[in-house]
Design a protein around this ligand. Structure first.
Ligand code: SF4
Ligand code: SF4
Length: 449
């Protein structure tokens, strides 16, 4: 997979001070300041936060509210880039101790694509992590550059060891996608602790623990089918480790930290080069089947990425982070953030405008649901505001993959209705303790590896 670099400097770079869940950063610069590439320009002393850095050398034009790709606005630092590569001096931290790594990760601005600051996933307050997983099932999340696939595989293994060290975890796994033959070949071509790696498929009851024992190792590389969805963490945890996560809890409650391939690579770069997280790989699609992978400076407006990609004619819709579950944008001036993975473009005639009709009870949505829900019933109950009943049939288990809506011949907006109900439930029940689930795949009981 070729990753091109977006070299052209945009007219302005917009760096939101909110690029993760938790506490928003405070600006460390003011209008008129000159900043360097890699300079820290925002931070918070609170634990649940992560620093932000400038991706260019230039002058701070303003600090103001600006459209954010999550659909809201965020306080952002607007920088006019200079044609200069003036960079802060980066020093590698090769011998960093385990206890210092979490602070280092926070300082380097490393966050997960699902919104959490990485150090809070590895060292959640009041919990112990014994297992770290790198979810590499979406190859477009690969960050940074590498010369050969083998180099990439070695870097990800190294990153996993760093993540395990940061979490004080004894076990770790990298999970690839079963059909990602290039990555599987790359990992099978390297050695870890003088042993040739073997990528093992997750099938049936053979989970991570089985392969750790079989390979007599602390680290394994596994493969599974790709799972779409924004809320896949609990499902992914069960699929890989066999540990079931209670509703209302997250993988860290059962001792598992899940990191993405981007944050893993960002940590590798931070430790070995001393560079913080200020650029990221974004895939862009929209012309025929042409998908491009671009290394983009964080803060680059979508418009500049689209111009580089070469989309001609009228754009009907711009979607951030995938057409199934992403967010449609109302302006092309939103910036690429640490959480941006994909930009999808649609022509006006491609934009779905079908009005829903009544459910014809075909049960296609039930057949495709990966967590064995009844999406048609959830949609009806959500639409009628029957949120208690939504809870009773385990709406919280929905991983928001969008498969049900994609197959529905009646074009019912099932996913939107489910999200609407989940938001309403979260607001109404936020003080209630985690609820047990009778759902077969995600039910209670920790452990079980
Ligand atoms: S209800 Fe729909 S969106 Fe939710 S997990 Fe099932 S198929 Fe995916
Ligand atoms: S796929 Fe659509 S039409 Fe078919 S049962 Fe589900 S909601 Fe109804």
């Amino acid at each position: 997979m070729e990753i091109k670099k977006l070299e052209t400097l945009p007219e302005k770079i917009i760096i939101p001070l909110r690029q993760h869940r938790g506490v928003v950063c405070e600006p460390l610069v003011k209008k008129g300041d000159r900043v360097l590439i890699g300079q820290k320009i925002g931070e918070s002393e609170e634990y649940y936060s992560s620093a932000v850095h400038s991706s260019v050398c230039g002058e701070v034009l303003s600090i103001e509210e600006y459209p954010h790709p999550d659909g809201n606005k965020a306080m952002s630092i607007i920088i006019k880039p200079e044609d200069s590569n003036d960079t802060v001096v980066f020093s590698p931290y090769e011998n960093i101790r385990s206890g210092q790594l979490a602070d280092f990760i926070k300082e380097s601005g490393i966050v997960e694509h699902y919104g959490m600051p990485t150090h809070t996933v590895l060292r959640p307050k009041g919990k112990n992590i014994d297992t770290v997983l790198i979810n590499a099932t979406s190859s477009e999340w690969i960050g940074g550059t590498f010369k050969t696939p083998k180099e990439y595989a070695s870097q990800v293994i190294d990153a996993l060891k760093l993540l395990m060290k940061a979490a004080d975890a004894k076990k770790g796994a990298i999970v690839l996608r079963t059909d990602d033959k290039d990555s599987i070949a790359a990992f099978e071509g390297i050695e870890v602790d003088n042993k040739r790696l073997k990528v093992a498929p997750l099938v049936g009851s053979r989970k991570m623990g089985y392969y750790l024992n079989e390979q007599n190792s602390d680290i394994v590389v596994l493969s599974q089918e790709r799972i779409f969805g924004k809320k896949i963490l609990n499902f992914f945890t069960y699929n890989v480790t066999g540990r079931k996560v209670d509703i209302g809890c997250d993988p860290t409650d059962v001792g598992v930290a899940i990191c993405g391939i981007k944050s893993a690579k960002a940590l590798y770069d931070a430790v070995h080069e001393g560079r913080p997280f200020y650029d990221t790989v974004v895939s862009i699609e929209g012309v025929s089947d042409r998908m491009e992978y671009l290394l983009v400076k964080i803060g680059t407006p979508f418009k500049d990425v689209i111009d580089h990609y070469g989309f001609t004619g009228e754009i009907g819709k711009i979607i951030a982070n995938g057409v199934r579950t992403g967010v449609a944008q109302y302006t092309d001036q939103v910036p690429v953030t640490k959480g941006t993975t994909r930009i999808s473009l649609q022509r006006p005639e491609e934009v779905l405008t079908d009005d829903s009709i009544e459910c014809i009870h075909c049960a296609r949505c039930v057949d495709v649901c990966p967590v064995e829900l009844i999406p048609s019933r959830l949609a009806v109950m959500a639409d009628q505001g029957r949120f208690d009943e939504c809870r009773q049939i385990h709406i919280e288990n929905c991983i928001e993959c969008g498969d049900c809506a994609a197959v529905c011949p009646s074009k019912i907006h099932i996913l939107q209705l489910i999200r609407y109900a989940k938001d309403a439930i979260e607001m109404a029940y936020e003080d209630l303790p985690a609820k047990e689930s009778s759902n077969l795949k995600l039910g209670c009981a920790c452990g079980g590896e």
